[in-house]
Design a protein around this ligand. Structure first.
Ligand SMILES: C[S@@+](CC[C@H](N)C(=O)[O-])C[C@H]1O[C@@H](n2cnc3c(N)ncnc32)[C@H](O)[C@@H]1O
Length: 245
């Protein structure tokens, strides 16, 4: 990583209240692995060092706002992790947390697995599959303390995919760009339908770049009805309470 990249990472993390100096070698290695893998398979649209540092690394770390991922032994599922975001940056700074990054695309999870091994992130257990399938699997349903997801789907869809996987009292932390009142309203209704309630809507700007971001937190306050999640593809095709696309 160039000195400019290191400075951006340090500044971005500092704005989030984090000091990542000790983890700089791991972030540098992750950058190298991502750039190298991206030259062979298309893993992420972001290609420049500054984009990867700010829009992948720092953006993923912004998920730590609110302290919802602080706690040794927390079990965290990352739905639609893609090339490992937000899991990999989070696992670098929170090695005491157990992360399960999930994606339906095998080549993406192959990368996440090899990167986690190379970085010695022993708390990371990547999984190929769909959230709808996991949500109906007794080995995964109601087994997680937290579900995180970044740039995956509209809030009502995330509520249906995420809430079945949470233990009672668990939290879904959805990382989004700016969110419309309509999406938020539908998300609140969908959360209620699947046993959750929105407890926090944290609008902020991304360090350095100033892009608008929102962290929406949904708490699992009651059981999720057995009929959720619906079968693969249905939550996306017919989102609960949400028609505006
Ligand atoms: C736009 S990408 C975002 C990737 C990553 N979270 C990030 O922020 O860079 C969305 C990812 O979610 C995955 N995905 C979408 N729906 C899914 C589902 N129901 N179960 C598992 N993965 C899903 C896709 O395969 C894709 O890799």
């Amino acid at each position: 990583m160039t000195p400019e990249g290191q400075a951006l990472l340090g500044q971005g993390a500092a704005e989030l209240g984090l000091n990542v100096e000790g983890q700089l070698p791991q972030f540098e290695q992750l950058l190298d692995l991502l750039v190298e893998a991206n030259s062979r398979v298309n893993l992420t649209a972001l290609k420049t060092e500054s984009d990867i540092v700010l829009k992948h690394f720092v953006d993923s770390l912004s998920c730590l706002r609110g302290g919802h991922l602080d706690g040794a032994g927390l079990r965290v599922l990352d739905i639609g992790t893609g090339a490992g975001f937000p899991t990999l940056p989070l696992a670098i700074v929170r090695p005491e947390v157990a992360f399960t990054p999930l994606d339906s695309i095998r080549k993406k999870i192959d990368f996440v697995r090899s990167a986690a091994e190379a970085l010695n992130l022993t708390g990371v257990t990547p999984l190929v599959g769909r959230a709808e399938t996991l949500g109906r699997d007794p080995e995964h349903r109601e087994r997680y303390d937290r579900v995180v997801c970044r740039a995956v789907a509209a809030l009502p869809i995330l509520a249906e995919l995420g809430l079945p996987l949470l233990k009672p009292g668990g939290l879904l932390v959805a990382q989004k760009g700016p969110i419309s009142e309509e999406e938020l309203h539908a998300g609140r209704r969908a959360a209620g339908e699947v046993g959750g309630g929105v407890t926090e809507v944290d609008a902020f700007t991304l360090p350095v770049l100033g892009d608008a971001r929102t962290l929406v937190v949904i708490e699992k306050v009651g059981p999720t009805p057995k009929k959720y999640p619906r079968r693969e593809g249905v939550p996306n095709a017919q989102p609960l309470f949400w028609t505006a696309r």
